[in-house]
Design a protein around this ligand. Structure first.
Ligand code: GLC
Length: 559
């Protein structure tokens, strides 16, 4: 589907992320599957999205829900068959919806045949596919920490060497210094591109090149020695030249703890590396001192500062993904909005405030319904390996109280976004007739797709309008960016501008009515309101406007 003339279709498109395990179960076993996705394509077409990013559906022991791949060429039986996948491609393409696959090549599952051959055998041809180090002082090779808690090294007792795992112990890091590994990666991606897949989301791709001295980090957890590492740009340019450019694939790289300078390169407009990047800095504004496992309120001024930095820094240099939610993040309406009193208003405000920026918006399943965190009360309700590990570390080893930890998980756990999609008010929210693998949020009786579709004022139709605006108004894609009130404590007011138009996004991020003093250089009286979450007219008096709780406005001015 991707031809050179359509090369930049993704600059005006919105992409929808599906977490297949929690999307729709066609066989009533409690987990979602590919046929379930096919049954919902018309729903997605109605929303207006142009591509689907599927989180991994390859064969996997599912320790990290598919981010631990044991065979890159086989569909996980839990999700269906290769024939089902091929049908998904046909059915999606028939509706002009593209399919983006998740490629996880920083690491494989320890159940992968390569690792199984390498384990315990220094002479295996696959030994050098992974990163092995001798013990230091009879212990781990260095102090690098796993992103899921604890040391990043695990001992292979037979050979008395450690392998590196930046994530779970069952996810062994690949050795990208080995050219044969790089060839394997090209083969994998080519295989899926040949099948007709339109693009790839590259998991933690900025971690693939490690500094080869594997030094102890006296000043941190080791990340500075492998994040945006020495050869990462070279590796990406090679794959891009040999695979992505050949197939015209759209690519989005997940960049962990990255910098703007590196992302300008990763997504440079000459297309030498990737089409666009995900960065996470705006989702760390509620991590005080970089600590995720806390319950702090978010820092609004910092949120704006981060967005402004990336909007202005990528403009003309690269391209970013715009997102609030994904399968690793809590639900945005529970996080930066008010999921009780102002759920609908704040869900719409957050959407509008993000979608008028430059970049490609991603909607995570259920976000378009204003789905909330499920608010689990019991540790037994959690399934996520990261949440279970951190509970063990903080409660059993660091002495944090159980209740405090449960409150933290209820805000920060990745399972907050993984609870099943809420389709209707029937049992298990219409996701499955069997007991779901992870509990449905109890609010599904009123928050569900069926209810949303029946109500023209729902969050769903608001997203639909945002998607439509991006397709029709080129200022959203091309306009310059300027924050008009960077120090305002409640409102985010930014301007997009071209030679002929101005577009202004005004949002109150708080649950009270606020008076927002507007900059005088804008001809507010000439503005036309394109979209709002309130019905009353936009009225500027004495250079100010009163904004209701979570009020948002998109204004257009023809010069
Ligand atoms: C990415 C994925 C996450 C996974 C991790 C390891 O951050 O989004 O779900 O656990 O990589 O593959």
């Amino acid at each position: 589907m991707t031809t050179t003339t359509q090369q930049h279709w993704w600059k005006t498109a919105t992409i929808y992320q599906i977490y297949p395990k929690s999307f729709c179960d066609s066989t009533n076993k409690g987990t979602g599957d590919i046929l379930g996705i096919i049954s919902k394509l018309d729903y997605l077409k109605n929303l207006g999205i142009e591509a689907i990013w599927l989180t991994p559906i390859y064969q996997s022991p599912m320790v990290d829900n598919g981010y631990d791949i044991s065979d890159y060429y086989t569909i996980n039986a839990l999700f269906g068959t290769m024939a089902d996948f091929e049908r998904l491609l046909v059915e999606a393409h028939r509706r002009d919806i593209r399919i983006i696959m998740d490629i996880v090549v920083n690491h494989t599952s320890t159940e992968h045949a390569w690792f199984q051959s390498a384990l315990g055998d220094k002479s295996s041809p696959y030994r050098d596919y992974y990163i092995w180090k001798d013990p230091v002082n009879e212990g781990v090779p260095n102090n690098w920490q796993s992103k899921f808690g604890g040391t990043a090294w695990a001992l292979d007792e037979t050979t008395n060497q450690y392998y590196l795992h930046l994530f779970a112990i069952e996810q062994a890091d690949l050795n990208w210094e080995n050219p044969v590994v790089r060839q394997e990666v090209e083969n994998i991606i080519s295989f899926w591109a040949e099948k007709g897949v339109d693009g790839f989301r590259l998991d933690v791709i900025n971690l693939i090149s490690k500094q080869q001295d594997f030094a102890n980090d006296t000043n941190g957890d080791g990340r500075r020695f492998y994040t945006d590492g020495p050869r990462v740009h070279e590796y990406l340019q090679d794959i891009s030249k040999r695979v992505f450019q050949k197939y015209g694939s759209v690519t989005v790289g997940e960049m962990s703890s990255t910098t703007l300078e590196h992302c300008q390169k990763y997504s440079s407009l000459d297309g030498k590396e990737l089409s666009m990047v995900f960065n996470f800095h705006h989702l760390k504004v509620d991590y005080p001192n970089a600590e995720k496992w806390t319950q702090a309120p978010f820092d609004f001024i910092e949120l704006k500062r981060v967005f402004n930095h990336w909007q202005t820094g990528l403009s003309g240099n690269g391209w970013g993904a715009l997102f609030w939610c994904n399968h690793d993040q809590p639900r945005v309406v529970s996080r930066f909005g008010d999921d009780k009193r102002f759920r609908i208003e704040s869900a719409k405000m957050l959407a509008a405030s993000l979608h008028m920026m430059q970049g490609t918006p991603y909607i995570y399943q259920g976000e378009e319904l204003g789905m909330t965190n499920p608010n689990y009360q019991d540790i037994e309700q959690y399934r996520d390996v990261e949440s279970i590990n951190i509970y063990d570390i903080m409660v059993n080893k660091q002495g944090v109280g159980h209740n405090e930890m449960m409150a933290i998980l209820a805000r920060k756990s990745r399972d907050n976004s993984r609870s099943p999609m809420q389709w209707d008010s029937s049992e298990n929210a219409g996701f499955s007739k069997a007991k779901p693998w992870l509990e449905v949020a109890s609010n599904y009786l009123h928050i569900n797709a069926q209810t949303a579709i029946a109500d023209v004022n729902s969050v769903f139709y608001f997203y639909k309008q945002l998607i439509e605006l991006r397709k029709n108004l080129s200022i959203i894609t091309h306009g310059s960016f300027c924050d008009l009130l960077p120090l305002d404590k409640h409102c985010y007011v930014y301007l997009r501008e071209t030679a002929t138009q101005q577009l202004i996004s005004i949002s109150n991020y708080y649950a009270e009515t606020v008076k927002c003093k507007l900059p005088t250089q804008i001809s507010w009286d000439k503005s036309q309101c394109l979209l709002s979450n309130y019905k009353h007219a936009f009225k500027v008096e004495e250079e100010s406007v009163l904004l209701k709780p979570y009020e948002t406005r998109i204004l257009l001015i023809d010069k």
